[in-house]
Design a protein around this ligand. Structure first.
Ligand code: SF4
Length: 148
């Protein structure tokens, strides 16, 4: 996994939980509206996984969760292994994804921008981030049985 940065403690990336967010480097799309364009290029990251783990361990009593965002975390084949490492620390895991990657891990919270990919993931809590949200009937049809 190539990692560009890790945030301080945030309430923004996992609704209702205190989290730190790991921003992965590289994306398989190039959206006009992207507000993380510096994370789109597929290239080496700037911080190591060990740095992230040490950073998280130092804050473990202050946070509930770790979120993987990007960039596109699911292009990194070792994402499930990294997620398991976070779960082993007793933390929840969130994932922000366009759903078009190569791995589809089970997480506690999923923020997904392509509702057609929803059935690839398992998550306790899901938010769909596209304009499709504005069509309530379609949104409910897509997500029936998935929300808690
Ligand atoms: S999928 Fe997300 S990170 Fe990738 S280009 Fe689009 S908005 Fe940016």
């Amino acid at each position: 996994m190539e990692i560009a940065s890790i945030t301080g403690i945030t309430t923004l990336d996992y609704p209702g939980e205190l989290a730190v967010t790991i921003f992965t480097q590289g994306c398989n799309m190039s959206c006009d509206y992207c507000h993380n364009k510096h994370l789109v290029e597929v290239k080496k990251g700037t911080i190591s996984w060990q740095y992230c783990i040490d950073y998280i361990r130092a804050r473990i009593n202050m946070i509930d969760a770790v979120v993987f965002s990007g960039g596109e975390p699911t292009i990194h084949r070792d994402l499930p292994k990294k997620i398991q490492e976070i779960k082993n620390l007793g933390l929840k895991v969130g994932l922000h994804t366009n759903g078009k990657g190569v791995v589809f891990p089970e997480v506690d919270y999923l923020l997904l921008s392509d509702p057609k990919r929803l059935n690839r993931f398992k998550a306790r809590k899901v938010h769909i981030s596209t304009i499709i949200k504005q069509n309530g009937e379609y949104h409910n049809k897509l997500t029936e049985g998935i929300f808690q």
